[in-house]
Write a protein that binds this ligand. Structure first.
Ligand code: ADP
Length: 462
């Protein structure tokens, strides 16, 4: 019983059957305890009345009298001392009865067949049209004794049966309603708990406790809800970390700038000092500018997810333009750039991809020592356009290669870095490439160089 639907259907049917059976048992008990003795009493009174009335009016014709009474709705059977049987109106369906019973009645003892009738259920007992299920009384006619067996006709009982059936029906309905109410409560309970949990989450309390054992649809919902709350907790944690990092990265250049300005204000500063201080202030401003630039890029990508401007353009042209842009830095470090850029078209967001090449090329320049080499390759492999930036730079240790795509992660972390950076560049690359349903591969040997390759589908799948 895994699905809620099956649970509902089976339980409701179960409830119906259970209530039906219970009502049946109760009606049987009622029949045996109340209805049977009452019926016996009523019929005995009727039979005695029948006999005594005739005994006081011996001038009447016995057969006509009994026939008339039977027509009122009774089975009437007369047995004389020779056991000769006479039936009036509709005869009993089963007329066999022990001779000793007849003998007892003839000798003046009333026979209570109705209350002693041994059948189990009221359906069989109440309707059994048999002499054994009747009342026997003696009747004396002109000195001769007869045994008179009487029982109400089924048609007469029918009215009482109506009442009984109505009672069964009412009981079934009431019981079903009661049990359905209890069962629905069992179903609704986890939903109530879920509602409480959503309130906790809305208040920023992500660690909620929910029943994980259920295996039906509600169980799945609870599982997904728990997963969602864990994700929310994770995102919240990351957000806090992110804000703390940004605050630190903005705060530290600002306090440096402030410190150097104070030094500049010192009248004893020599010209060499002033040049040094101004140079540092310049560098710190560059750092701030690069950080805000990267943050801007991040927010652009987050918005871009819905607003991607997909168009077809040549990747080689984009990279060539970028090389021109970095010409001065390349010259400064006297780096050798090797590239074989054949014409390769791609259908993607040009602005976002430009950010990818920009980050990868600027990293290659940053992390390669003077006189190093940067090799840029552009090729088509099946459905993919592959762009790789290979440098002869400082390289990345294997255990750090997994983490370089995390936001704010820097190998040369503790802000004692020798190369300026924000730790955001590669996370931006990763986001953009996954947005385009591509992937990034890193190959690096510490101290020897790094190759970062980007695989992008030629046409971004919808
Ligand atoms: P950053 O602003 O510090 O360059 P990135 O996200 O671009 O941030 O890169 C994360 C880290 O990965 C860098 O701090 C650097 O240690 C390492 N890294 C990235 N590219 C290279 C490369 N070409 N050679 C060596 N290390 C690299």
């Amino acid at each position: 019983m895994k699905t809620l639907y099956a649970k509902f259907v089976l339980t409701t049917i179960g409830i119906m059957i259970f209530s039906g059976l219970l009502s049946f048992v109760i009606s049987n008990v009622y029949y045996h305890e109340v209805l049977k003795p009452k019926n016996d009493e009523k019929t005995t009174a009727f039979a005695l009345e029948l006999a005594s009335f005739f005994e006081q009016h011996q001038e009447l014709d016995l057969h006509a009298y009994l026939q008339h009474s039977a027509n009122l709705g009774y089975h009437v059977m007369l047995v004389d001392e020779q056991f000769k049987v006479t039936n009036f109106a509709e005869p009993f369906r089963n007329q066999s009865i022990d001779d000793r019973i007849i003998q007892d009645v003839l000798s003046g003892k009333a026979y209570h067949g109705i209350s002693n009738f041994p059948h189990q259920t009221f359906v069989t007992g109440f309707f059994a049209n048999e002499v054994t299920n009747s009342i026997g009384v003696p009747i004396t006619v002109q000195g001769k004794t007869y045994a008179l067996f009487v029982r109400p006709n089924i048609k007469l009982l029918f009215n009482e049966m109506h009442l009984l059936f109505a009672a069964i029906l009412l009981m079934t309905i009431l019981l079903s309603i009661l049990l359905v109410l209890l069962f629905t409560k069992y179903i609704v309970q986890p939903i109530t708990k879920l509602t409480e949990a959503t309130k906790f989450i809305a208040n920023g309390q992500y660690h909620v406790q929910l029943d994980k054992k259920r295996k039906d649809e509600l169980g799945n919902l609870l599982q997904s809800f728990l997963h969602m709350s864990e994700q929310l907790a994770f995102v919240d944690e990351k957000r806090k970390e992110f804000t703390a990092n940004i605050s630190h990265d903005i705060q530290s250049p600002l306090s440096n700038i402030k410190g150097y300005i104070t030094l500049l204000e010192n009248e004893q500063a020599t010209e060499t000092d002033i040049i040094h201080y101004l140079g540092t202030i310049h560098a710190e401003i560059d750092r701030l500018s690069s950080l805000t630039n990267r943050l801007l890029q991040l927010s652009t990508i987050d918005q871009q997810e819905q607003l991607m401007k997909v168009q077809t353009f040549n990747v080689n042209e984009q990279i060539e333009a970028l090389l021109k842009h970095y010409h001065w830095k390349i010259q400064q470090k006297e780096l050798m750039i090797i590239h074989s850029l054949s014409q390769v078209a791609i259908t993607a967001d040009a602005e976002l991809l430009n950010m990818v090449w920009d980050n990868l090329l600027s990293n290659a320049i940053k992390y390669t020592n003077a006189f190093g080499t940067i090799n840029i390759e552009l090729s088509e492999q099946g459905q993919y356009v592959v762009v790789s930036f290979q440098d002869s730079g400082i390289g990345i240790k294997e255990e750090q290669q997994q983490r370089i795509f995390e936001r704010f992660y820097r190998v040369d972390s503790a802000r004692t870095r020798t190369v300026e950076g924000t730790g955001l560049g590669l996370s931006i690359v990763w986001r953009i490439v996954t947005l385009h349903q591509g992937h990034v591969e890193v190959e690096s040997v510490f101290g020897k160089g790094t190759a970062i390759s980007v695989f992008l589908p030629r046409i971004r799948p919808k």
